[in-house]
Design a protein around this ligand. Sequence first.
Ligand code: G3H
Ligand code: 13P
Ligand code: ZN
Length: 342
Amino acid sequence: MPLVSLRQVLDEAAKGKYGIGAFNVNNMEQIQAIMEAARETQSPVVVQASRGARSYSQDNYLFHLMIAATELNPEIPIVMHQDHGNSFETCQSAIKLGFTSVMMDGSLKEDGKTPTTFEENVEVTRRVVEYAHERGISVEGEIGVLGGVEDGHGAGGSGLEHLTDPDQAVEFAMRTGVDALAVAIGTSHGAYKFSKKPDGSVLKMDLLIAIHHRLPNTHLVMHGSSSVPQNLQDIVNKYGGHLKQTWGVPVEEIQLGIKNGVRKINVDTDSRLAITGAIRKLLAESPEKFDPRDYLKPAREAMKKIVVQRMREFGQATHSGDYEAIPLSEMAKRYASEMIAK
Ligand code: G3H
Ligand code: 13P
Ligand code: ZN
């Protein structure tokens, strides 16, 4: 199966009432970990790359690794998604490279730090949608601003400063025609999301439910959705790491989100922790080893394990064989004829 559009995969997820994990990658082992997890659980997948990931992998390495993933897993629908595009040009270059979906994060200016005005966000997102849909490519937008900073990207803060306003979400979705909408409901990027054990009300689920009621046909996206499991923190720290005690988003909250319109769930930090813990452990226990395969194999296995778990928890497991790929040219026709509801 060729790379497929995010829109098709999320429409199917909505029909089946499940969520799809969108896992960040930078290198071959991360792509392999996700694909092995998808094969084991029979899951459709979203593999996503940030601007930092594209630059790290020099675009072409990443793209060809993704093509390898489709060749080795012809039965699995795979979306290749640009995470947090910061400008029209970033999204355009991703589409030219072969990404089948882009996020235009117009909630922040091009510097990736300063919040934009609503009108600026609508304008740049609408432009990306026009360009992408003509080519059958899907677009995710963001309204409201997440907390935290990753790789220099993010407004900082706790994630509660710029929550999504439901009225604005409705207007934004109507005026831009995005396929998926990232909402700010109290999550933030990175490992340090919450400084005490979450009590079940850490996220503004009432806000999410209000947005979903107003936009029942828009696929919602939860960024900053790593759960930062205690066991992964413990492994990193046991073998020489220095992570401060922290808490992530409880999986039950994500599952409640999935019942209320969340279809795409972004996870990066949990994979990073799994990989780092495995490498630290191997090198601490076998300091004589120096072949990268000795530590990259357990690292890949550790990431696969957490991804398998999330695929089952989000409900995407067993759904890889549900549908055939819709060619991007057909998606473009559907957008043009407005067969795809906006
Ligand atoms: O949005 C944040 C993702 O975790 C990607 O992070 O920009 O460091 O690659 P990155
Ligand atoms: P985490 O830092 O919680 O993994 O979030 C990743 C993310 O939202 C990528 O866009
Ligand atoms: Zn994000």
